[in-house]
Design a protein around this ligand. Structure first.
Ligand code: ZN
Ligand code: FE
Length: 256
């Protein structure tokens, strides 16, 4: 089966909604529709019909389009079992280790708490694609609204272990500000500085910086490197536990 065609749909101020389309069957899923109109426009422009909605977490900028799209297309909503009280209208509830069909392709579900307690991420191996909502961002990670550093570091460690060529489809275009922060804590990282320059070039040309590649995140995202001695030393915590280093980097980003 050919890889899914994946379309970025900018929504709200800085969200990315994704359309996942299987050209063979016509199956088309939407991930995290924070609003319906741009999704409807993107579908119409391609002559596609929506067949499924998928949510990573309960925040409104990822779910507010659910009802309108369900009403218009009559399609099922897939989301995290742990959020049955906070996401209305779920038809299929998933949790850690489940396999669920997304646009007819097998997706492995990982529970990735930290940004929210019930957050899940979807890995679609045959398309080398990860949909991780607000858990992992290009050069960053989500704010720790509900989880603990222990949970968040475990979640990021789980995602980091996926194949290094995995494309990271995250929930927001935050990369340029993430890059400024990353350089502030890891300015000696030559790969990071080169990536930050490339991001500035892309944004100056009004191009998306998403998806990124997991291998690049591994080398340049400070939140994925909390167990790297060089990263610990860079924040003055040589020899400290990775969870403590992660918590410190997250705290600094909140205040940046
Ligand atoms: Zn969120
Ligand atoms: Fe969000």
């Amino acid at each position: 089966m050919a890889a899914l065609e994946i379309v970025l749909v900018p929504a709200l101020s800085d969200n990315y909604v994704y359309l996942l389309h299987d050209a063979g069957t016509g199956a088309t899923a939407v991930v995290d529709p924070g609003e319906a109109p741009p999704v409807e426009a993107a579908l119409a422009a391609r002559g596609w019909t929506l067949t499924q909605i998928v949510n990573t977490h309960h925040h409104h900028d990822h779910t507010d389009g659910n009802d309108a799209l369900k009403a218009k297309y009559g399609v099922p909503l897939v989301g995290p079992r742990a959020e049955s009280a906070r996401i209305a209208g779920m038809d299929v509830m998933v949790g850690d280790g489940d396999t669920v069909q997304v646009a007819g392709h097998s997706a492995i579900v990982y529970e990735t708490p930290g940004h929210t307690t019930g957050h899940v991420s979807f890995h679609i191996p045959d398309s080398q694609a990860l949909f991780c909502g607000d858990t992992l961002f290009a050069l960053g990670c989500g704010r720790m609204f509900e989880g603990t550093p222990t949970q968040f570091w475990k979640s990021l460690s789980t995602l980091r272990a996926l194949p290094s060529n995995t494309k990271i489809y995250c929930g927001h275009e935050y990369t340029q500000s993430n890059a400024r922060f990353a350089v502030s804590v890891d300015g000696g990282n030559a790969k990071l500085k080169a990536r930050a320059a490339e991001i500035d070039r892309l944004r100056a040309a009004k191009q998306p910086t998403v998806p990124s590649i997991l291998a690049d995140e591994f080398d340049t995202n400070p939140f994925l490197r909390a167990d790297d001695p060089a990263m610990a030393a860079a924040v003055g915590m040589a020899g400290a536990d990775p969870i403590a280093v992660f918590a410190e980097i997250r705290k600094r980003k909140d205040a940046f």
